[in-house]
Design a protein around this ligand. Structure first.
Ligand code: FAD
Length: 458
């Protein structure tokens, strides 16, 4: 049968963050005539703004990028081979320690500005049209009227208001944490770094959780200028001491000072590594503070004249970054949209856009949202969370399965009771969950770092 498809169909993508550029490049390679709109030019996107987030991503997301023929950065970025976790209680008692290995995949955290910049260069080289313009709702109307398919990837702000909030999928009315992030150099990724947490040392990322304060995370990172480096990401609970500290950051220097003091006062097991870090002088935007309210929006919006447009990336769903789901979801969503558009013969109407979005939510979005709630310590999931984290402390295979939810969150959709949590533990370990959990003992005292910076000893 011969296809009746028009030889060239047209698409507009609004927003040149990493998700928008990825979709634009994918559509271009799928034979679309693509115009990408951005409120900043390419140089400003790279050098005048902070990275949107740490954007740590794992195997399933890397497969989505590979399916689009794109560089996954796994050969260039320092690799994460697992996640080590330390959990302290309300009285700072040192309760849970485990080292979860990433089984069959790795993580990479790539500067979103670098990824967008390189994909934008490829987009222009392959004949894509790049227009620097702040797209208003009115302008969106005329853009959408002139093309077959319009994707809106303007992030959490931008044009997101065109897509109504899906209240049934939006769990919170306010952000659950204040965030502080800073990217640094001064630490290698060899096994002398964070060696007290894991023999894999600097190939692991390290998470520390304080029941009433928040969470701190360090992980290998690929910075656009400095290359292989490290990223800190901190979460502060509302009303906590950490929240006051994070609020005082107003530069990369002050952010790093606040982080060092935080580790001195609360997380001393990692202090020597943190003291060895240095700010990236050539990038004044290497830090960020703020908060994200997890929100899920509709997949279809309408311009003033009634044209349907599709939401994409953070415009569709904003996640608190605690489980690293935002960039991952956006890239998977982009790949799925491109793959579906490439083989679709009919109009890209409201029905088609809505169907793609529902299928993305079922395949990834809903699970990503629920895993984010688990790692946020959502009271509704607290008992399940306590059980899973305790099991991880007892059995390394389960630690690997638990951190694997960051890579593939889907198994967690079915874990809606303590019985289901027990079944998950048994499936992974082959052992009765109660018997396994009976072996749990509080950590007592975490190992402390004895790291000495090679710079300090040079
Ligand atoms: C602190 C932090 C840490 C994070 N860590 C992780 C992690 O480890 N793993 C993970 O998967 N996710 C993480 N995330 C989430 C991730 O960074 C984002 O989901 C992702 O980068 C969003 O990309 P985007 O392209 O959808 O949006 P954006 O990066 O926000 O891009 C939107 C673009 O649209 C442009 N724009 C806006 N309005 C207009 C307009 N009207 N006209 C034209 N252009 C416009 C903007 O200037 C911007 O360039 C983190 C987020 C934060 C805040």
């Amino acid at each position: 049968m011969t296809s009746q498809r028009k030889s060239t169909r047209s698409a507009a993508v609004i927003g040149a963050g990493q998700t928008g550029v990825t979709a634009a490049l994918g559509l271009l390679d799928a034979g679309f005539d693509v115009t990408l709109y951005s409120d900043r030019d390419q140089r400003a996107l790279r050098d005048d703004v902070p990275a949107t987030g740490t954007a740590l991503e794992f195997g399933e997301t890397q497969q989505a990028e590979s399916a689009l023929g794109l560089d996954t950065y796994t050969a260039r970025a320092p690799r994460h081979t697992g996640l080590t976790v330390r959990i302290a209680g309300p009285e700072r008692e040192e309760l849970i320690a485990f080292d979860g290995h990433f089984d069959g995949y790795v993580g990479v955290a790539v500067d979103t500005r670098l990824k967008a910049d390189e994909r934008l260069t490829a987009f222009a080289e392959r004949g894509g049209r790049f227009i620097v313009q702040q797209v208003t709702p009115e302008k969106l109307g005329s853009i959408a009227a002139g093309v077959d398919l319009t994707l809106v990837a303007t992030g959490r702000g931008g044009l997101s208001e065109l897509f109504p909030v899906d209240e049934s999928r939006t769990p919170y009315s306010a952000p659950q944490r204040s965030l502080l992030t800073v990217t640094v150099t001064g630490l290698d990724h060899d096994d002398s770094v964070f060696a007290h947490r894991s023999r894999a040392g600097g190939a692991r990322s390290g998470f520390s959780i304080f029941a009433e304060q928040g969470e701190g995370w360090w992980g290998p990172y690929l910075h656009k200028d400095a290359g292989p480096s490290w990223a800190f990401l901190g979460w502060a609970r509302p009303g906590s001491d950490w929240e006051k500290r994070f609020a005082a950051a107003d530069s990369a220097d002050s952010a790093l000072r606040i982080v060092r003091e935080l580790y001195r006062d609360y997380i001393d097991w990692d202090l020597p590594e943190v003291q060895a870090t240095q700010v990236i002088a050539e990038d004044p935007h290497s830090w960020l503070k703020g908060a994200v309210r997890p929100v899920v929006r509709a997949g279809v919006g309408h311009t003033g004249s009634g044209h349907p447009v599709a939401s994409l990336g953070d415009t569709s769903a904003a996640y608190d970054p605690i489980a690293g789901q935002g960039a991952q979801s956006g890239l998977i969503q982009a790949q799925r949209l491109v793959a579906a558009a490439a083989v679709h013969d009919g109009p890209f109407d409201e029905e088609w856009i809505g169907r793609q979005y529902r299928s993305f939510l079922a395949a990834r979005g809903d699970a990503a949202n629920r895993v984010t709630r688990l790692f946020l310590g959502d009271p509704e999931l607290a008992e399940i969370g306590n059980t899973l984290f305790a099991a991880a402390a007892v059995e390394p295979r389960f630690a690997s399965a638990l951190v694997g939810l960051l890579h593939r969150p889907q198994p967690f959709l079915g874990i809606d009771s303590l019985d289901a949590a027990g079944r998950f533990i048994t499936e992974v370990t082959g052992e009765n969950a109660d018997a396994l959990l009976a072996r749990f003992e509080p950590a007592g005292r975490f190992d402390r770092s004895t790291f000495t910076s090679s710079l300090a000893t040079a």
